[in-house]
Design a protein around this ligand. Structure first.
Ligand code: ZN
Length: 48
């Protein structure tokens, strides 16, 4: 069996800097710009 690695781009939370390897990172679009935020920072984002 070949050692197949998935080529998944590592995303980084723009708020706390964590990576998608440690915490799930979501991608969203705000004012036409693509942003990335982890699930930990998402509630903060919602509450402003
Ligand atoms: Zn974060």
């Amino acid at each position: 069996m070949a050692d197949v690695k998935k080529e998944v781009p590592e995303l980084e939370c723009e708020n706390c800097g964590t990576t998608s390897e440690l915490t799930p990172v979501m991608t969203y679009v705000h004012q036409g710009e693509e942003k990335h935020v982890c699930t930990r920072c998402l509630p903060m984002l919602i509450h402003g």
